[in-house]
Design a protein around this ligand. Sequence first.
Ligand SMILES: [Zn+2]
Length: 217
Amino acid sequence: MESYRELTTRRTEIGTPMPLESFGMDPMFGLDDWCRHCGTARSDQWGSLVLHSWKRKRMPRGWTTKHGEWLCIDGEAASVVAEAVPDVRLEPVMWHAGNRGPCYQVVPRIDQRRWFSDSAIAGAALRRGHPSPGRRCDACGLFRWFPVELDLLPLDEVPGLEDPVVASPEVYGDGWTYLRHTVYRADLAEVLTDATDGELTFEPAGYPRDPIDPLFL
Ligand SMILES: [Zn+2]
């Protein structure tokens, strides 16, 4: 995990995933590959992120959608990133309205190997102040951990990773919130920062941060 970075940029509410009724999940994961009760995707993303444009703001080089779920870069940055890191998966973003030109989503692969033991996450969740480690979804039966920052977890338990962008097999969240820890290989993180003129920033994965990441409030 030493060779991986976490995204620290938070540009929220830039572009709304569409359609609103599925929070953008239907075009990305299909009608049946995500739980409509807890919002959790059951498989890797295969379709496109569809965004409703935003008004007045200039087009950024790199940004995340609300809550930091999806990372996007503009077309110029994408061509630099694709050449420097050929194994990264970039998917064209579709515009629902208000076409802002070519841009791409940096798509993670969901790792199938456990990153952390149940006891490690449960301990971190309780230390984080949650009343219990998590909750099981009534509809799909998946156990979601209450959100815990990566720096509270024992990174030495994470097995070797190779992909440019990897999402944790463990799912975190509550209510209609679906989160996976997502890490970026160091070479990709560096190129993303350079190609977006510093608009995307990263820190070593698990690096203690203060204040607490707004993703997890
Ligand atoms: Zn569910």
